[in-house]
Design a protein. Structure first.
Length: 247
């Protein structure tokens, strides 16, 4: 039996698009910066085995860039929802802009830039904030430190917990994700048919069933949506593109 929906609960499922207007590019865009290496080469265990120094340099740069970025009005509007709702942010993002905007329940399914971990099974994590990781810097178990990021082919974190939150949410907002990275993208399927479900992005190939598509920038649409929810109702849909509602 499915758990009860909680009328006061909102789950946000965010992806890299929400941080674009804070100046953090999506990986597709960031890839261009890393001329000789494909994104997979810096985000897979095979890439780490082949050239760990390049992988560390890539993430050191991403970490520095993320530390310099500021949360935008979309991150802040989501944080403000906590004044009236239980809000869980499930993010694929590795930056900490949701936390810095004030969100207090943030689940990072793909890891976080400001943590490092060893490479053994034990995987002790260390908070490093914006500090770089160097070759030769070791975990206390003697293994080389690496970014605490989930790479292609590695287990995504907190999936069961995230799915449970989606199953009990009365409102679900998906923002800034192409829903093309699995298994995180499959989380949308856990949203209930009776929940109010909205997806905000610049483009979407295939809209998940039951979601209303609002095409546009996160900073234009998310504050408007959140204000609607804080005012106590379901949202109007001036940007809605109902023709794209396909399963
Ligand atoms: P994606 O690149 O697959 O999709 C980005 C989505 O954001 C697209 O649907 C696009 O239409 C939308 N978008 C772009 N600009 C937008 C804007 N201004 N407002 C609203 N929407 C906008 O990204 P993804 O789905 O997050 O998956 C890629 C992976 O990259 C994720 O696993 C994530 O971990 C990682 N990543 C994270 C960061 C970060 O932490 N900020 C940055 C780059 C990549």
């Amino acid at each position: 039996m499915k758990p009860e929906i909680q009328a006061n609960k909102i789950v946000i499922l965010s992806g890299s698009g929400i941080s674009v207007e804070s100046g953090i590019p999506t990986f597709r865009d960031a890839n261009g910066l890393w001329h000789n290496y494909s994104w997979e080469a810096v985000a897979s265990p095979a890439g780490w085995q082949a050239h760990p120094e390049v992988v560390l340099e890539f993430y050191n740069e991403r970490r520095k860039h993320a530390a310099e970025a500021q949360p935008n009005v979309a991150h802040r509007a989501i944080a403000a929802l906590e004044s009236a709702y239980e809000v869980i942010v499930v993010t694929q993002n590795v930056d900490d802009l949701h936390e810095r905007a004030g969100s207090t329940n943030v689940i990072h399914v793909h890891g976080q830039l400001n943590y490092a971990r060893g490479t053994s099974e034990g995987r002790k994590r260390y908070r490093i904030n914006d500090a770089p990781i160097s070759m030769g810097q070791l975990c206390e178990d003697g293994t080389q430190l690496r970014p605490d990021i989930v790479w292609f082919g590695e287990d995504v974190e907190y999936m069961t917990e995230s799915r449970r939150h989606l199953e009990t949410a009365a409102k679900v907002l998906v923002v800034g994700t192409s829903l093309s990275v699995f298994p995180a993208a499959s989380l949308v399927k856990a949203a209930r048919s009776r929940a109010e479900k909205i997806l905000v992005a610049l483009a979407m190939d295939k809209l998940p069933y039951g979601f209303r598509f609002m095409r546009g920038k996160a900073t234009s649409i998310v504050p408007f949506l959140c204000q609607g929810w804080l005012a106590g109702g379901q949202n109007g849909d001036p940007y809605s593109d109902s023709n794209t509602t396909v399963s």
